[in-house]
Design a protein around this ligand. Structure first.
Ligand code: SF4
Length: 368
């Protein structure tokens, strides 16, 4: 075990590590202000594992129907040598009839053993290196590639859906497959952003690989591909070469924010304790937001903490912004009815006057 892995094992306090994957790393960028989530992910755990092993509860899981649909759709696109995926790329004229070189990394070394996982990393790196060298034998599609992503000095392996490049493309783009139905402008924008950010995690890993071979990280580019599903069918809808500059920037920002190294994570944990201790999780600074429910299994716990602390975020994001000067719901009530100490500063004074004006307006509307 490397020294960094030994330190991580100590932090986990006996809970087995899990692969947080591109999705887990992407979730960190959804709440950049949350030290709790970042520390848990850096330690090689997920909020779901914390809920199970530390809180002894059953986490929310994807509905069995949604999970089956997602797995079946992914299999449909990646099985049979990725033939459905190839067809989708041909139809969009992103690959020609002659660009049919497909390599399945999962088939090269199937299974969950450490040996098979390591072989998949080596095979992915070998295939990517072919493209880096401009070798005409480089595949056009690499299915289920596995790459290491270095995060605060610790390697997190990530398995992606696929990489794609035509023979004339200088390098690969990362592709992500989602079983969401494509409803045009009505497709949930936050789902789309999350999918692009998940693919962008792969772009970061590709960039690190290029650097490890002496190249420039920027060669990994800033475009990612996304495949959704036509409503009511398994027909793929390909959205190629989406700009992912802002997703890459938000990921880079999120991953470089504190705790940005293992020393810092360790300083968050009191001596002789670990993340297996509920009190340690409770005292990690968090940043509950109304969208936490969409991506983090700890949302009920963090919401309960926000409620007991009387934080305005409980009333929603907009209320939280507007009541920020007061800092707590109790203080908002003080300012509204003048029962507590007078406003501490001009921001509180302005909020107190806005609250009273809103209350008077509400009275007029309610009482005529
Ligand atoms: S639910 Fe809690 S731990 Fe998860 S992102 Fe939100 S505040 Fe952070």
């Amino acid at each position: 075990m490397t020294p960094a892995n030994a330190r991580l094992a100590r932090l986990r306090g006996g809970i087995a590590p899990v692969e947080v994957g591109a999705r887990g790393i992407e979730s960190v960028a959804r709440n950049t202000g949350c030290v709790r989530l970042r520390a848990i992910v850096i330690a090689g755990l997920t909020p779901t594992e914390i809920i199970k092993h530390v809180f002894g509860m059953q986490p929310d899981i994807m509905s069995p129907f949604a999970m089956t649909l997602s797995q079946a759709y992914e299999r449909r696109l990646l099985d049979n040598g990725g033939s459905s995926l190839l067809t989708a790329y041909r139809e969009k004229q992103m690959l020609t009839q002659l660009e049919v070189k497909v390599s399945s990394v999962a088939n090269h070394a199937p299974g969950g053993s450490s040996f098979a996982q390591h072989q998949r990393v080596l095979e992915t790196q070998r295939l990517v290196d072919l493209k880096l060298r401009g070798d005409p034998l480089a595949p056009n599609l690499i299915l289920n590639p596995r790459l290491p992503l270095m995060l605060v000095g610790v390697t997190h392996p990530i398995e992606l859906d696929y990489l794609v490049a035509s023979d004339r493309d200088p390098f690969y783009r990362v592709g992500v497959i989602k079983s969401y139905a494509d409803r045009g402008g009505k497709t949930d924008k936050s789902d789309i952003r999350a999918a692009l950010r998940e693919a962008a995690v792969g772009t970061l890993a590709l960039g690190q690989h290029i650097v490890s071979r002496g190249g420039d990280q920027a060669f990994a580019g800033d475009r990612v591909d996304m495949v959704l599903r036509a409503p009511g069918s398994f027909i793929p809808r390909l959205f190629p070469a989406n700009r992912a500059e802002s997703e890459l920037a938000s990921l880079t920002r999120a991953l470089s924010a504190a705790p940005a190294d293992l020393d810092h994570v360790e300083r968050l944990v009191p001596a002789n304790t670990s993340f297996a201790d509920r009190a340690v999780i409770d005292q990690l600074p968090n940043n509950y937001r109304s969208n936490c429910k969409e991506h983090c299994a700890l949302w009920e716990h963090c919401r309960a903490q926000a409620l007991s602390a009387g934080l305005p975020i409980i009333l929603g994001d907009q209320a939280s912004e507007q009541l920020a000067a007061a800092g707590s719901i109790a203080r908002v009530i003080d300012l509204l009815d003048g029962s507590g100490r007078p406003p501490d500063n001009p921001a509180e004074a302005s909020l107190a006057s806005d609250l009273r004006a809103a209350s008077a307006l509400l009275d007029r509307i309610a009482n005529g």
